[in-house]
Design a protein around this ligand. Structure first.
Ligand code: FES
Length: 158
C-alpha cells in the first residue's frame, strides 16, 4: 500500500522529521483507534524515517496500540483501594454486560476494556474511567446505564 494509507489531513504541513513522529502517530491512533502496519510503513517512506524507528516508538508508549481498539476505552482500576471496594465485581459486571469472556475489545469495536493499577483518585474507589470521564464510587447497578450512554453516542454518530 502506498502513501494513500495515510489518512487525509494527517502528516501535512508542518509534519516533517522524526521530531514530529509522536504527534503524527497520535493523529493516526485517533483516526483508526490503533496504528495499522500499512500506515506505519507509509509514514516511514513519506517522512524518510527508518521503519524500525517508527515501530520502536509505536510499541514503546502505552498510548499507542498496533491492535485495533474499541471506540471507547474502559479502564477499570484494580489497584488496592479499588480492589478492597469491589473493583473485581465491577469489572466482572462490565464484561458480562458487554458479553465478553475476558478483557479486550468487543466484536463491534465499540469498547476496549482493560484493567489498570491506580488511576490516582483512590478516595473515589471503586473507579472506572471511560475515555476522559471518571466514574467514582461506581456501583454495579449503574454499569448498564453508563455503557448505554456510550452506545447511544455511537448510534448518534452513525
Ligand atoms: S487504587 Fe483505584 S484509583 Fe487508586
Amino acid at each position: 500500500m502506498g502513501e494513500s494509507a495515510i489518512p487525509q489531513g494527517i502528516g501535512t504541513g508542518a509534519w516533517q522529521g522524526v521530531e514530529n513522529l509522536i504527534p503524527l502517530l497520535q493523529e493516526v491512533q485517533g483516526e483508526y483507534h490503533h496504528l495499522p502496519a500499512d500506515v506505519l510503513r507509509a509514514i516511514s517512506r513519506r517522512f524518510n524515517i527508518p521503519l524500525t524507528q517508527v515501530f520502536h516508538v509505536a510499541t514503546f508508549y502505552n498510548c499507542f496500540s498496533l491492535e485495533p481498539r474499541g471506540h471507547h476505552q474502559v479502564k477499570v482500576c484494580l489497584g488496592t483501594a479499588c480492589h478492597v471496594r469491589g473493583a473485581q465485581r465491577i469489572l466482572d459486571r462490565i464484561l458480562r454486560e458487554l458479553g465478553m469472556p475476558a478483557c479486550g475489545t468487543t466484536r463491534d469495536y465499540a469498547f476496549t476494556v482493560e484493567p489498570v493499577r491506580c488511576l490516582g483518585c483512590c478516595a473515589l474507589a471503586p473507579i472506572v474511567r471511560v475515555d476522559e470521564r471518571t466514574y467514582g464510587h461506581l456501583q454495579q447497578s449503574k454499569i448498564p446505564k453508563v455503557l448505554q450512554h456510550y452506545r447511544s453516542l455511537a448510534e448518534v454518530a452513525a
